[in-house]
Design a binder for this molecule. Structure first.
Ligand code: 13P
Length: 252
């Protein structure tokens, strides 16, 4: 009953022309499928070109951004607002990726404001959580992830939260080629779901999609996606090659 969602986080890669070519290449391989929600999240400046390619090809591929500010406008140099994203046809937004938390000082409080604003504007937030290697080795995974989920949804009413996606991305698995084992990934995705159940209720938790992210590739996607608590993937490196990303969407 939870539709799988495979999202590509292109990070700071590809020009607008390259991005449009990538989405065209992906569509060639997945055209017609609707069992899985496929989403691409290009850099901001690539969004118009990718949106145009999606429209021209009548592709059923979702368009996401990698970040946004919570305000609609204002004196926030270098930021992009939810209304600007909506104007370009964006439907999803990654919030609180570990790279933004670690390299750009994003706080749980900022993540909470962004999640709330995304939902208020009708964007689907893909809220990221995940522990560092040090935290995992110290046995803190459960505390860290639970806390990030609770902070991300702090004081957000039930009807708003229901539209969200949560991505569990252990930081040690990102870009390392060392994905979490399906069992470990499933355990923490299950923890995320239980935490949502505690914040709201079981019904909402059962309906919410939880993705795993971190070195997802054509060679491990099938096993990861076979786990009961994993409803999708948030993918970096493998989302930049059309055949690889298409293979992820066509997991079996
Ligand atoms: P990789 O798939 O390159 O490990 O990146 C994961 C990620 O950070 C997606 O948001």
């Amino acid at each position: 009953m939870r539709k799988p969602i495979i999202a590509g986080n292109w990070k700071m890669n590809l020009t607008p022309v390259e991005g449009a070519a990538l989405v065209e290449g992906i569509w060639k391989e997945i055209a017609g499928q609707d069992a899985v929600e496929a989403v691409v999240c290009p850099p901001f400046v690539d969004i118009p070109a990718v949106a145009a390619a999606i429209e021209k090809g009548s592709m059923s591929i979702g368009l996401g951004a990698q970040n946004m500010h919570w305000s609609e406008s204002g004196a926030f140099t270098g930021e992009v607002s939810p209304t600007m994203l909506l104007a370009l046809g964006v439907g999803y937004v990654i919030i609180g990726h570990s790279e933004r938390r670690q390299l750009f000082g994003e706080t749980d409080q900022g993540v909470n404001r962004k999640v709330g604003s995304a939902i208020d504007h009708g964007l689907v937030p893909i809220m990221c959580c995940g522990e560092t290697l040090k935290q995992r080795e110290a046995g803190q995974t459960e505390d860290v992830v639970t806390n990030q989920v609770k902070c991300g949804f702090f004081e957000l009413p039930r009807d708003k939260a229901a539209a969200s996606v949560i991505a569990y991305e252990p930081i040690w698995a990102i870009g390392t080629g060392k994905a979490a084992t399906p069992a470990d990934a499933d355990e923490v995705c299950g923890l995320v779901r239980r935490t949502v159940g505690e914040l709201y209720d079981d019904d909402l938790a059962e309906g919410m999609r939880v993705q795993y992210g971190g070195s997802v590739s054509p060679s491990n996607v099938d096993e990861l996606m076979s786990m009961p608590n994993i409803d999708g993937a948030l993918v970096g490196g493998a989302s930049l090659k059309a055949p690889d990303f298409a293979r992820l969407v066509k997991f079996s």
